[in-house]
Design a protein around this ligand. Structure first.
Ligand SMILES: [Ca+2]
Ligand SMILES: [Ca+2]
Ligand SMILES: [Ca+2]
Length: 239
Protein backbone atom coordinates (compact mmCIF):
# COMPACT_ATOMS: atom_id res chain seq x y z
CA UNK A 1 0.00 0.00 0.00
CA UNK A 2 1.31 3.41 -0.94
CA UNK A 3 -0.02 6.80 0.14
CA UNK A 4 0.23 8.41 -3.28
CA UNK A 5 -3.35 8.91 -4.52
CA UNK A 6 -2.70 6.25 -7.18
CA UNK A 7 -4.73 3.09 -7.62
CA UNK A 8 -3.09 -0.31 -7.18
CA UNK A 9 -3.32 -0.59 -3.40
CA UNK A 10 -4.59 -3.60 -1.49
CA UNK A 11 -5.11 -7.14 -2.69
CA UNK A 12 -4.28 -7.68 -6.34
CA UNK A 13 -7.31 -7.06 -8.59
CA UNK A 14 -9.11 -4.90 -6.03
CA UNK A 15 -7.42 -1.69 -7.10
CA UNK A 16 -8.24 0.07 -3.83
CA UNK A 17 -7.06 3.61 -3.53
CA UNK A 18 -5.91 4.81 -0.12
CA UNK A 19 -5.70 8.57 -0.55
CA UNK A 20 -2.84 10.85 0.43
CA UNK A 21 -4.96 12.39 3.18
CA UNK A 22 -5.17 9.03 4.98
CA UNK A 23 -2.60 9.09 7.72
CA UNK A 24 -2.83 5.58 9.14
CA UNK A 25 -1.82 2.49 7.20
CA UNK A 26 -2.25 -0.92 8.83
CA UNK A 27 -0.99 -4.19 7.41
CA UNK A 28 -3.01 -7.38 7.52
CA UNK A 29 -2.32 -11.08 8.12
CA UNK A 30 -0.06 -11.55 5.09
CA UNK A 31 3.19 -9.95 4.03
CA UNK A 32 2.59 -6.22 3.53
CA UNK A 33 4.55 -3.30 2.18
CA UNK A 34 3.47 0.00 3.70
CA UNK A 35 4.86 3.18 2.18
CA UNK A 36 4.09 6.65 3.51
CA UNK A 37 4.35 10.02 1.88
CA UNK A 38 6.22 13.20 2.79
CA UNK A 39 3.64 14.11 5.46
CA UNK A 40 3.37 12.57 8.93
CA UNK A 41 2.17 8.98 8.73
CA UNK A 42 1.31 6.15 11.09
CA UNK A 43 2.37 2.82 9.68
CA UNK A 44 1.27 -0.24 11.65
CA UNK A 45 2.65 -3.68 10.83
CA UNK A 46 1.02 -6.90 12.01
CA UNK A 47 2.07 -10.53 11.60
CA UNK A 48 3.87 -11.79 8.50
CA UNK A 49 6.98 -10.39 6.92
CA UNK A 50 6.11 -6.71 6.61
CA UNK A 51 8.09 -3.72 5.49
CA UNK A 52 7.22 -0.11 6.23
CA UNK A 53 8.84 3.07 4.94
CA UNK A 54 7.74 6.39 6.40
CA UNK A 55 9.52 8.54 3.78
CA UNK A 56 9.55 12.29 4.67
CA UNK A 57 7.76 13.83 7.66
CA UNK A 58 7.60 12.85 11.33
CA UNK A 59 6.24 9.32 11.17
CA UNK A 60 5.22 6.71 13.71
CA UNK A 61 6.18 3.17 12.76
CA UNK A 62 4.44 0.73 15.04
CA UNK A 63 4.75 -3.05 15.23
CA UNK A 64 1.47 -4.17 16.77
CA UNK A 65 1.80 -7.95 16.44
CA UNK A 66 5.09 -9.82 16.26
CA UNK A 67 6.37 -10.67 12.81
CA UNK A 68 9.47 -9.97 10.83
CA UNK A 69 9.37 -6.25 10.16
CA UNK A 70 11.67 -4.04 8.13
CA UNK A 71 11.04 -0.51 9.30
CA UNK A 72 12.53 2.54 7.64
CA UNK A 73 11.87 5.98 9.05
CA UNK A 74 13.10 8.13 6.17
CA UNK A 75 13.78 11.79 6.87
CA UNK A 76 12.05 13.68 9.69
CA UNK A 77 11.89 12.91 13.41
CA UNK A 78 10.31 9.46 13.39
CA UNK A 79 9.42 7.18 16.27
CA UNK A 80 9.51 3.42 16.35
CA UNK A 81 7.35 1.34 18.69
CA UNK A 82 6.94 -2.33 19.56
CA UNK A 83 10.26 -3.41 18.06
CA UNK A 84 10.92 -7.13 18.62
CA UNK A 85 13.81 -9.56 18.23
CA UNK A 86 13.21 -10.21 14.52
CA UNK A 87 12.56 -6.66 13.37
CA UNK A 88 15.08 -4.60 11.47
CA UNK A 89 15.09 -0.86 11.96
CA UNK A 90 16.67 1.82 9.81
CA UNK A 91 16.72 5.07 11.80
CA UNK A 92 19.86 6.46 10.19
CA UNK A 93 19.01 9.96 9.00
CA UNK A 94 21.10 12.30 11.19
CA UNK A 95 18.11 13.07 13.44
CA UNK A 96 17.76 11.94 17.09
CA UNK A 97 14.81 9.53 17.28
CA UNK A 98 13.20 7.27 19.83
CA UNK A 99 13.02 3.51 19.51
CA UNK A 100 10.76 1.64 21.92
CA UNK A 101 11.31 -2.11 22.03
CA UNK A 102 8.89 -4.86 22.97
CA UNK A 103 11.63 -7.38 23.69
CA UNK A 104 14.98 -6.81 25.35
CA UNK A 105 18.23 -7.90 23.77
CA UNK A 106 17.41 -6.94 20.18
CA UNK A 107 20.14 -6.84 17.57
CA UNK A 108 21.98 -3.63 16.81
CA UNK A 109 19.72 -1.12 15.10
CA UNK A 110 20.96 0.87 12.14
CA UNK A 111 20.79 4.40 13.42
CA UNK A 112 22.58 7.52 14.59
CA UNK A 113 24.72 7.87 17.72
CA UNK A 114 21.97 9.96 19.33
CA UNK A 115 19.02 7.65 18.61
CA UNK A 116 17.76 6.56 22.02
CA UNK A 117 16.07 3.34 23.06
CA UNK A 118 13.79 2.16 25.80
CA UNK A 119 13.11 -1.47 26.62
CA UNK A 120 15.80 -2.55 24.12
CA UNK A 121 18.75 -3.30 26.39
CA UNK A 122 19.24 -6.69 27.98
CA UNK A 123 22.85 -6.08 28.94
CA UNK A 124 25.26 -7.88 31.22
CA UNK A 125 24.28 -10.70 33.56
CA UNK A 126 25.61 -13.86 35.17
CA UNK A 127 25.76 -16.81 32.78
CA UNK A 128 24.60 -19.37 35.35
CA UNK A 129 21.17 -21.00 34.96
CA UNK A 130 20.46 -20.90 38.68
CA UNK A 131 22.00 -18.80 41.43
CA UNK A 132 25.67 -18.40 40.54
CA UNK A 133 28.22 -19.55 43.10
CA UNK A 134 31.61 -17.93 43.55
CA UNK A 135 34.24 -19.86 45.47
CA UNK A 136 36.80 -17.36 46.74
CA UNK A 137 40.39 -18.33 47.47
CA UNK A 138 42.43 -17.40 50.53
CA UNK A 139 43.34 -14.05 48.98
CA UNK A 140 39.64 -13.25 48.45
CA UNK A 141 39.73 -13.78 44.68
CA UNK A 142 36.80 -15.45 42.97
CA UNK A 143 35.48 -15.77 39.42
CA UNK A 144 32.00 -15.27 38.00
CA UNK A 145 30.98 -16.33 34.48
CA UNK A 146 29.11 -13.49 32.76
CA UNK A 147 27.31 -12.95 29.45
CA UNK A 148 25.90 -10.24 27.20
CA UNK A 149 22.17 -10.55 26.46
CA UNK A 150 22.11 -8.20 23.46
CA UNK A 151 22.28 -9.89 20.04
CA UNK A 152 25.28 -9.20 17.82
CA UNK A 153 26.76 -6.49 20.02
CA UNK A 154 29.31 -5.96 22.76
CA UNK A 155 28.00 -5.19 26.24
CA UNK A 156 30.05 -2.70 28.21
CA UNK A 157 29.58 -1.72 31.81
CA UNK A 158 30.50 -2.73 35.30
CA UNK A 159 29.76 -5.28 37.97
CA UNK A 160 29.54 -4.71 41.70
CA UNK A 161 28.96 -7.26 44.42
CA UNK A 162 26.75 -5.45 46.89
CA UNK A 163 25.41 -6.34 50.32
CA UNK A 164 21.80 -5.17 50.28
CA UNK A 165 20.75 -7.14 53.33
CA UNK A 166 21.30 -4.93 56.38
CA UNK A 167 22.94 -7.66 58.50
CA UNK A 168 25.31 -8.67 55.71
CA UNK A 169 26.11 -5.05 55.01
CA UNK A 170 27.17 -4.55 58.61
CA UNK A 171 29.59 -7.45 58.32
CA UNK A 172 31.02 -6.73 54.88
CA UNK A 173 30.61 -3.05 54.08
CA UNK A 174 28.33 -2.14 51.17
CA UNK A 175 30.46 -2.95 48.11
CA UNK A 176 32.39 -6.22 48.38
CA UNK A 177 34.09 -6.21 44.97
CA UNK A 178 33.88 -4.49 41.60
CA UNK A 179 35.01 -5.02 38.01
CA UNK A 180 34.71 -3.34 34.62
CA UNK A 181 33.30 -5.49 31.83
CA UNK A 182 33.35 -5.62 28.04
CA UNK A 183 31.70 -8.80 26.76
CA UNK A 184 30.74 -9.89 23.23
CA UNK A 185 27.40 -11.66 22.92
CA UNK A 186 29.12 -14.87 21.72
CA UNK A 187 31.44 -15.27 24.69
CA UNK A 188 30.94 -16.11 28.36
CA UNK A 189 34.14 -15.06 30.10
CA UNK A 190 35.08 -15.62 33.73
CA UNK A 191 35.43 -12.30 35.47
CA UNK A 192 37.94 -11.94 38.28
CA UNK A 193 36.63 -10.33 41.43
CA UNK A 194 38.66 -9.50 44.49
CA UNK A 195 36.78 -9.15 47.76
CA UNK A 196 37.68 -6.45 50.22
CA UNK A 197 39.49 -7.75 53.32
CA UNK A 198 36.45 -7.10 55.45
CA UNK A 199 34.20 -9.00 53.04
CA UNK A 200 36.62 -11.94 52.92
CA UNK A 201 36.68 -12.12 56.73
CA UNK A 202 32.90 -12.17 56.80
CA UNK A 203 32.57 -14.90 54.15
CA UNK A 204 35.12 -17.03 56.02
CA UNK A 205 33.18 -16.70 59.25
CA UNK A 206 29.87 -17.59 57.57
CA UNK A 207 31.09 -20.24 55.07
CA UNK A 208 28.51 -19.03 52.54
CA UNK A 209 26.89 -15.63 52.03
CA UNK A 210 24.26 -14.51 49.52
CA UNK A 211 24.85 -11.04 48.07
CA UNK A 212 23.61 -9.08 45.05
CA UNK A 213 25.49 -8.88 41.76
CA UNK A 214 24.59 -5.50 40.30
CA UNK A 215 25.38 -5.14 36.57
CA UNK A 216 25.30 -1.67 34.99
CA UNK A 217 25.28 -1.72 31.17
CA UNK A 218 25.15 0.80 28.36
CA UNK A 219 24.04 0.16 24.77
CA UNK A 220 25.26 2.31 21.92
CA UNK A 221 22.65 1.67 19.18
CA UNK A 222 20.12 2.70 20.30
CA UNK A 223 21.52 4.52 23.33
CA UNK A 224 20.14 3.07 26.55
CA UNK A 225 21.45 2.33 30.02
CA UNK A 226 20.17 -0.33 32.36
CA UNK A 227 20.90 -2.12 35.62
CA UNK A 228 20.34 -5.81 36.21
CA UNK A 229 20.51 -7.30 39.69
CA UNK A 230 20.61 -10.91 40.76
CA UNK A 231 21.66 -12.96 43.78
CA UNK A 232 25.01 -14.74 43.85
CA UNK A 233 26.40 -17.01 46.54
CA UNK A 234 29.88 -16.47 47.92
CA UNK A 235 31.58 -19.60 49.28
CA UNK A 236 34.45 -19.43 51.76
CA UNK A 237 37.93 -20.65 50.72
CA UNK A 238 38.52 -24.39 50.88
CA UNK A 239 40.82 -25.37 53.70
CA1 LIG B 1 5.92 10.25 5.99
CA1 LIG C 1 9.98 10.01 8.21
CA1 LIG D 1 17.99 8.77 13.54
Amino acid sequence: MTLDDQTGDGVEGENDNVGADVEVLTGGQGDDTLIGNDGPNQLVTEFGSDSADGRGGDDLLHVSEAGIGRLTGGTGRDSFEGIGLFDRVDAKDGVAEEIVCREEGIAAIDGDPNDSGSGCIDGLRAAAENVAQIRVDRRGIGRLRVMCGDIGTTCTGSLKLVAENRLTRRGTGRVLARARLEVDDDEKPLVRLKLTRRALRYVRSRKRVTVTASFASTRTLPVESGTHKENVRLLAPRR
